[in-house]
Write a protein that binds this ligand. Structure first.
Ligand SMILES: Nc1ncnc2c1ncn2[C@@H]1O[C@H](COP(=O)(O)OP(=O)(O)O)[C@@H](O)[C@H]1O
Ligand SMILES: [Mg+2]
Length: 227
C-alpha cells in the first residue's frame, strides 16, 4: 500500500534549517499493522503528515495504493485524504461550534456519499462504540482530552479509510480507554487496510506486527524481542 523512497524533509524557519530525515525508505503492505516509535522531535509526526498527504517531501517518491502521490496536485491530494486516509492527529482539530456528532460526520459530509440521516447515524454509532454516547450533542470544548482523542478516532474511521494513521492516539488515555481505543482501531484491520500507529508506549507498540523506530533521521525495524 505504501512505497516511499528516498524521502527528504527539511524545515526552514527564521533562517534555521532542521533536517528531519534524509533518504528515508518505507514499505507497508495492505493488511499490515505497524508501530512507529522514536524520541520526541525525531520526526514521527512529520513522517505521518507525508504519508497522510498533508505535506510533501522535499525530495523522493511516495506511492500510495499504486499511485504516485508525491507528484499530485492539491485537489487530487484532498480527494485521496478524504477517501483513503483516516488521520488521528496528535492535537485534535475540531470545529468548535459543531457538536460531536457533526464533527465526526464531517468526512462523510465532504465525501457527499450517503443520505444526511445515514451519515448522522454512522457518526452516532461510532461515538457509542467509543464510549461517547453520552456526549453526542456536546461541543468539543466541553470534553476532556481523552474524550476528544476518542472522538478523533471516530472521525478518522468515518469514511472507512484504507490507510489509518494514528499519531499517539492513546497518549492521553487511561488503561481502560487505551485498551478500548486500540481494540477499535485493531477491529478495523483487514487484508485491505493498513494501520500505522505512533506511540511511546512499548506495550502498545508490541501489539503491532512490525515496530519501526525513527531516530536521527533513520528508520530502523526493531526485532519483536526488543519491544
Ligand atoms: N512546521 C514546522 N516548522 C519548523 N520545524 C518543524 C515543523 N514541524 C516540526 N518541526 C521540527 O521538526 C522536528 C520533528 O518534529 P516532529 O515531526 O513533530 O517530531 P515527533 O513527532 O517525533 O516528536 C522537530 O525538531 C520540530 O521542531
Ligand atoms: Mg509528534
Amino acid at each position: 500500500m505504501i512505497r516511499a523512497r528516498s524521502l527528504n524533509k527539511t524545515y526552514s524557519e527564521n533562517g534555521r534549517r532542521v533536517t528531519v530525515f534524509q533518504g528515508l525508505d518505507l514499505d507497508c503492505a495492505a493488511g499490515e499493522y505497524l508501530a512507529l516509535m522514536g524520541p520526541s522531535g525525531a520526526g514521527k509526526t512529520s513522517l505521518l503528515q507525508l504519508l497522510g498527504c498533508l505535506d510533501r517531501p522535499d525530495e523522493g517518491s511516495y506511492e500510495l495504493d499504486g499511485e504516485l502521490v508525491s507528484d499530485m496536485a492539491e485537489e487530487e491530494l484532498a480527494a485521496i485524504r478524504n477517501h483513503k486516509i483516516g488521520f488521528v492527529f496528535q492535537t485534535n482539530h475540531f470545529v468548535d461550534y459543531l457538536d460531536l456528532v457533526e464533527n465526526v460526520a464531517l468526512p462523510g459530509r465532504y465525501a457527499g456519499t450517503g443520505e444526511p440521516a445515514a451519515v448522522r447515524g454512522r457518526a452516532v454509532a461510532l461515538l457509542r462504540e467509543l464510549g461517547l454516547g453520552h456526549r453526542l450533542d456536546h461541543l468539543p470544548g466541553e470534553l476532556s482530552g481523552g474524550e476528544r482523542q476518542r472522538a478523533a478516532i471516530a472521525r478518522a474511521l468515518f469514511n472507512r479509510p484504507r490507510l489509518i494513521l494514528a499519531d499517539e492516539p492513546t497518549g492521553n488515555l487511561d488503561a481502560q480507554h487505551t485498551e478500548r481505543t486500540l481494540a477499535l482501531l485493531e477491529a478495523v484491520l483487514d487484508p485491505g487496510i493498513a494501520l500505522i500507529l505512533v506511540t511511546h508506549d512499548r506495550a502498545v507498540a508490541g501489539r503491532a506486527q512490525r515496530v519501526l523506530e525513527l531516530r536521527e533521521g533513520y528508520l530502523q525495524e526493531l526485532p519483536a524481542c526488543a519491544v
